[in-house]
Design a protein around this ligand. Structure first.
Ligand SMILES: *Cc1c(COP(=O)(O)O)cnc(C)c1O
Length: 222
């Protein structure tokens, strides 16, 4: 992939705008989350200098190594946890991240709620849906999504703002994005975290409000 981080950000943003213009219910702006797993701090700084403020990491440990110093320098930087969370990392996750995209089971909902209460925070969270029903993938089964969202809200007091999904690899993602959008309506949540480097334009056409883009901004991970 050619170009600097700043140039790649510009072309991702342009592609997002074209997709939004094709979206039936009127153009709206999706949040671009620059996924920096595997990227060095210098590359993240280049993105910050180009105006990017929303970042995603999928591991608490890696984020804890890279982000506290950057957050001190850029107070409006917002960090999204997009990878699986273990309950013994919930405290650290609540301290470091601003949005959690991967509430995928009761135990994590409870652990996050406890740690948020302790920290006096109520971070926005997404419920992760296993939209392809894949055995190896995390997430709530589609049929149980609305009930789980309700439990997160009523039993745990979590501030659930949307659903997150990762469609099965190697399949056309559109139907899975559309299905996730239907589930969100049924569950009464407004936001949809879906779409990565290969399919963010399709995701936006189908209603994504948050896209998680790594490779198209930071290049191939080694
Ligand atoms: C790595 C990752 C992404 C970004 O993937 P790219 O294909 O590099 O854009 C998005 N979402 C999740 C959950 C990821 O782990």
């Amino acid at each position: 992939m050619d170009g600097t981080v700043a140039e790649r950000l510009t072309s991702v943003r342009a592609a997002m705008a074209r997709a939004a213009a094709r979206f039936d219910s009127g153009p709206r702006e999706a949040v671009l989350i620059a996924v920096s797993k595997g990227a060095e701090v210098e590359a993240i700084e280049a993105a910050l200098e180009a105006g990017q403020r929303e970042f995603g990491e999928n591991r608490v440990q890696e984020a804890a190594r890279k982000y506290p110093a950057l957050k001190a320098r850029y107070p409006d930087l917002r960090l999204h946890l997009i990878g699986p969370l273990q309950s013994n990392k919930a405290r650290e996750a609540v301290a470091l991240f601003d949005v959690i995209h991967t509430v995928d089971r009761e135990k994590i909902a409870g652990a996050l709620a406890d740690e948020m209460r302790r920290a006096g925070k109520n971070l926005p969270v997404f419920v992760e849906v296993n939209i392809g029903g894949e055995t190896q993938k995390a997430g709530i089964a589609p049929a149980g999504t609305a009930a789980f969202v309700k439990r997160c809200r009523d039993a745990h007091g979590l501030y659930v703002i949307g659903l997150m999904c990762i469609p099965p690899a190697g399949e056309a993602p559109g139907p899975y994005f559309a299905q996730t959008a239907l589930l969100a309506r049924e569950a009464g949540v407004e936001n949809l975290s879906m779409g990565m480097s290969g399919d963010f334009a399709t995701a936006i056409e189908l209603g994504a409000t948050h896209v998680r883009v790594g490779t198209a901004i930071f290049g191939e991970r080694t």
